[in-house]
Write a protein that binds this ligand. Structure first.
Ligand code: F6P
Length: 526
């Protein structure tokens, strides 16, 4: 049987490789060649304004990338994703996160909505604090939702604890009163070492705080309800979700419970509705008017054809400060692969490293490298047109000015002649003060940060990640790369495997020696 052609084996891929051999286009030349470039490369959808015009894609690049999308069968793959077909072959699963926000399936959320109303209505006793325990996809999404929207809520205060480091749980305990705290244990598999350890320590804390039946104060969110029940959670407090929803795609399920508890059901429903609108756009818009598809094309061009090893994301809004961390998991766990969906090695660089931070802070820390370093990797800026505060308008005016100025400066740079003038003719100083420019960026401007807008933004990133995976021939829904580390950690912790490499053995011995020494010799801080 002949194996199906992978995208990189098609003529469309070869045509893109040929384009990549030519000198990189100058952004100013691209703007000059296309007077309507901004309009052509800007998409407005669901209150989000996507400006891709500063990315180094000329009309011929875009046409060649559309040909790649056709050769890779993107239109068909996205329909298969939406239809619940098997798009995750290594786990023999569909990927059904889009169904969770489809209005036709809102009944799937009935149990969650009922529990939210019980907690918020006080039926389950006084609940002033929630400790949400989960890790990876079971924490990053809910944490982002809370950080972005939680200030608008009137429900219980939520602490999210992920790390096995007891300091994380200790910090949450310090902010909560056991008498009015509910635990929400979130784990798709209900086997994760960190989550189960933290849950048991939190139960012990409740008990020590006078709670007679601590298990009655636990809500579990999981795709493995039998395991949760076996652990001790009451069946009426278990909210299930499907195995076909991946951890990093799960915030639309009961994994998003903290937002609903804090801000009410209406906010969670609006989040889903915004995401659904973006899904419809992704499924229906033609490639060059389709925000996730255009973004994915640019990502694949940068990473696979021009060897850009990173993509930076800077949110010029405190409410979105956790977006880079969320995207790191979404993009790197999904597309950080080196084989095709059918296990064949891929002979090109795949997903870039996602990194980033918050503007304007990051300007004073890492932007030096972006403007003058030897890397010239793509940068994405996000801003919200309407501020979250009532402070003088100058704050927001300067915030947006800084955001837009960075993209402009990355593109424009500073010529040697301009640098010489700025350096009073001193050539050494002029060298230090010149900027190469011609560095690409994209900007996403959001009209206001409401739950529906945030839903649309996160659905955009999910769709973009999927589209990039299709263009590369990757399965974005498995994560076998984390399994070896997990298994090894279990072996180290339980000492079932005592034959490690010499460095690991020495580290274990050194940690034990240091801990023993510190127990005997208290640190003198006087
Ligand atoms: O370690 C990776 C991972 O499997 C993620 O994909 C997942 O989001 C996280 O661990 C937590 O897993 P679980 O929800 O099963 O506890």
């Amino acid at each position: 049987m002949t194996e199906p052609l992978l995208p990189h084996q098609t003529a469309a891929w070869t045509a893109l490789e040929a384009l990549a051999q030519a000198p990189a286009p100058r952004l100013d030349a691209l703007f000059a060649a296309e007077p309507d470039r901004v309009a052509r490369m800007t998409v407005e959808q669901s209150g989000l304004h996507f400006d891709f015009s500063k990315l180094p894609l000329g009309a011929e690049h875009r046409a060649a990338l559309v040909a790649l999308a056709e050769a890779a069968g993107l239109a068909d793959w996205r329909q298969q994703l939406a239809a619940g077909a098997l798009v995750n072959p290594s786990e023999h699963r569909a990927a059904t996160h889009m169904r969770l926000r489809d209005p036709a399936h809102m009944d799937d959320h009935a149990a969650m909505q009922q529990l939210v109303e019980q907690v918020r209505g006080g039926t389950l006793g006084p609940v002033k604090h929630i400790i949400h325990i989960g890790i990876g996809g079971s924490a990053l999404g809910p944490l982002l939702l809370l950080d972005a929207l939680g200030a608008q809520g009137d429900g219980p205060a939520v602490e999210v604890v992920a790390n096995i480091d007891g300091a994380a749980l200790a910090r949450a305990f310090a902010a909560c009163d056991p008498a009015s705290t509910m635990l929400v244990a979130v784990s798709k598999t209900f086997t994760t070492q960190e989550t189960l350890t933290n849950l048991h320590s939190a139960l012990a804390w409740l008990e020590a705080g006078g709670v007679v039946k601590p298990w009655d104060r636990v809500i579990a969110v999981t795709a493995a309800p039998t395991r949760a029940e076996a652990a001790g959670v009451a069946p009426s407090r278990i909210l299930g979700f499907s195995e076909t929803v991946g951890g990093r795609y799960s915030l639309w399920s009961a994994v998003g419970l903290p937002l609903a508890l804090r801000c009410g059901w209406g906010s969670f429903a609006a989040l889903l509705q915004g995401a659904h609108a973006m899904d419809c756009h992704f499924l229906q818009a033609e490639p060059l008017r389709n925000a996730p598809v255009l973004a994915a094309m640019a990502d694949v061009w940068a990473a696979c054809f021009t060897a850009k090893a990173t993509r930076a994301v800077f949110a010029y809004d405190e409410r979105l400060r956790l977006l880079p961390a969320f995207l790191q998991q979404l993009e790197m766990e999904s597309n950080g692969k080196s084989v095709s969906r059918d296990g064949r090695p891929l002979p090109f660089p795949t997903a870039a490293v996602t990194w980033g931070g918050t503007g304007t802070d990051a300007q004073h820390a890492v932007f030096q490298l972006l403007h003058q370093g030897t890397h010239s990797d793509p940068v994405e800026f996000l801003a919200v047109a309407t501020p979250a505060h009532d402070l003088p308008a100058i704050h927001h005016k300067l915030l947006l000015a800084n955001c837009f100025a960075q993209g402009a400066a990355l593109m424009r740079g500073r010529t040697t002649a301009e640098a010489l003038a700025a350096a009073n003719g001193d050539p050494a100083l002029a060298g230090a003060k010149s900027f190469p420019g011609n560095r690409g960026s994209s900007t996403i401007l959001i009209d206001r940060l409401t739950p529906d807008r945030l839903g649309a933004l996160l659905a955009f990133y999910e769709a973009r990640t999927f589209a990039a995976a299709v263009l590369m021939g990757i399965n974005p829904f498995d994560q076998w790369g984390v399994e070896l580390g997990k298994a090894t950690a279990n072996a180290v912790a339980s000492a079932t495997d005592t034959i490690f490499d010499p460095s690991t053995t020495a580290l274990l011995a050194a940690a034990e020696r240091m801990a023993r020494h510190n127990r005997q010799v208290p640190i003198d801080l006087s």
